[in-house]
Design a binder for this molecule. Structure first.
Ligand code: AKG
Ligand code: FE2
Length: 195
């Protein structure tokens, strides 16, 4: 039986395991972001909070989008969207981006197995994760961003330009690319500890 033993706090019901948006970036803006790839800036992806490479959990190439004035248009659009999404759905305490936005490129055979973006150490302040699909959905096979929700696997939308936002404690993965290349931006909005 449902009971209502109130602690005197407002209760809001609008939680979603993930939510997606379209149209924030225009096609030419996405192309501009894709042109950021500079081969000499690419890092082999490491697991957050770990210095060691772990090829079993993740294989992809990453680069960071510097938080410099020329790139402010990307940061500010994503910040506004995160704030609006949070005000509508989550009501987490958010402070801002504490890590640079990450550009990720998955080539054939690359993947990122099941994980949370939240955990001990420097990733313990992460509250919301955001992914932006930068590649045409038919430019690659495999490479699905998936969530594990109540023991069911759910695919995130693939359309280019779609922005997917989810709490950083939701389990997700990117399945192996079997053909082509997938690119994404990944960002994390941080905040004070849960309370
Ligand atoms: O590429 C993506 O869409 C998600 C990657 C991811 O889960 C991560 O970098 O934590
Ligand atoms: Fe992740």
């Amino acid at each position: 039986m449902a009971i209502n033993y109130s602690f005197g706090l407002p209760l809001k019901h609008n939680y979603s395991d993930y939510i997606y948006y379209r149209g924030l970036f225009l096609p030419h803006e996405i192309d501009k972001i894709l042109n950021f790839w500079e081969e000499d800036k690419i890092l082999k992806a490491t697991l957050s909070g770990e210095d060691e490479y772990n090829d079993e959990l993740r294989k992809s190439a990453v680069m960071f989008i510097d938080n410099v004035p020329e790139n402010n248009w990307i940061y500010s659009k994503l910040a506004s969207l995160a704030i609006n999404c949070n005000n509508e759905r989550y009501w987490f305490d958010l402070l801002g981006f504490h890590q640079e936005l990450q550009l990720t490129r998955y080539s054939e055979g690359d993947f990122f197995d099941w994980h949370l973006d939240f955990g001990a150490g420097e990733i313990s302040a992460r509250k919301l994760s955001m992914t932006i699909q930068l590649s045409d959905a038919d430019a690659y096979e495999g490479g699905d961003l998936q969530f594990m929700i109540n023991n069911k696997i759910v695919n995130a939308p693939r359309e280019k330009g779609t922005i997917i936002i989810f709490p950083s404690f939701v389990m997700h993965r990117v399945t192996p690319i079997t053909k082509g290349t997938r690119q994404s931006i990944v960002g994390w909005v941080s905040g004070p500890p849960y309370r």
